[in-house]
Design a protein around this ligand. Sequence first.
Ligand code: NAD
Ligand code: WQD
Length: 356
Amino acid sequence: MNRILITGGAGFIGSHTASLLLEKGFDLIIVDSFVNSSKLFLEKIFTLFKKIDEKYEERIKFIECDIRNFNKLNNVFQESINEGKPINSVIHFAGLKSVSESVEYPLQYWDANVNGSINLFKVMAIHNCKTIVFSSSATVYGTSDNKLLTEDAEIKPKNPYGESKLIIEKILNSLYISDKENWKIANLRYFNPIGAHESGLIGECPNGVPSNLFPFITQVAIGKRSFLKVYGRDWPTKDGTAIRDYIHVMDLAEGHLSALNYLESQDGIFTNLNLGTSKGTTVLELVRTFEKVNNCKIPFDYVDRRPGDVAISVADNKKAINILNWKPHRNIERMCIDGWFWEKNVNDLKLTFDKF
Ligand code: NAD
Ligand code: WQD
């Protein structure tokens, strides 16, 4: 069985992907610095798996490590070889992801995202581990019109976060060109991941005031925030609010499993893949769906457009569907139900964050 390294595996998407891979029987090493997560998340994955497989602990190892620490990361690979279980592939989630923070603190973003990734790729190359699934973002695309965004749409990130993702994509592409026989690279551009694991044990846990729409909605629903600000009612859409392509985080996790399987079957490849649903939802539709399926009220006010926002961002996901043998199948209703179930649980969990 392959051993997979998951960087940033304690975070939102990483923890869901790790739980899916564990469920499928993979052997995992998670490295995370906890800059934007908590050990508690890992505990929750463990709780989940005790119920499924008592021996799951033999298949998961966690190491607290910043991916910019060359020696520590190198040791992770070396010790794995010494144990007779070399790391064959990497899913690279670790990085900072706030657009507004990246504008305020650009050096932190270039350092964590770009230098961290270069360090990881160096260590991978040393150990001849050349299979990687990378977390890129739809944020690398330029302004969209009404068309679905294909992988060859205009690339034009608008902030340091998006630019850092684009640079990492370019570095990965240059690695592939340097050794086309051996590097196998799936560059996944996620659209808007929301929702949570259906167990309610893992989900998104943003620090401070959420800047993304969905966690803000769930925090209004639970009473942590009094109302939602809807950014703009004059967008050229059916109800005047902006359209995004929301994808359930477990569908996204399944996309990673499919991408790994796909890379295994290839001789050397670099491929860009959109992970989205190809379905657009307005802000108002998301709010109304959340209220309906969860039988609650989300008070909101319209405010001005948020600088840097676009009217519509929806994936053309045909390429991923065609080549990955993958399809997102959880609808907006499911995303709202699972996200709300998690939010109701997270309050209790947060009380115990102090323990760590
Ligand atoms: P997250 O912040 O929840 O998870 C990232 C994890 O990486 C965290 O656990 C954090 O502690 C860890 N980390 C950060 N810097 C690190 C470092 N230098 N060394 C080790 N660990 C480090 O974010 P997420 O939503 O799970 O996103 C995962 C990846 O997907 C990120 O690279 C993000 O840019 C990308 N992405 C996210 C979204 C989204 O909307 N959530 C959309 C597109 C792309
Ligand atoms: C969605 C819609 C807002 C908050 C961001 C990043 C992108 C990617 C995903 C990482 C927009 C509106 C939001 C609020 C609102 N992340 N909104 N009130 O902007 O599509 O993408 O997250 O890679 O890089 O840019 O997502 O959830 O912030 O916003 O009205 O309080 O909701 O204007 O139309 P976005 P979002």
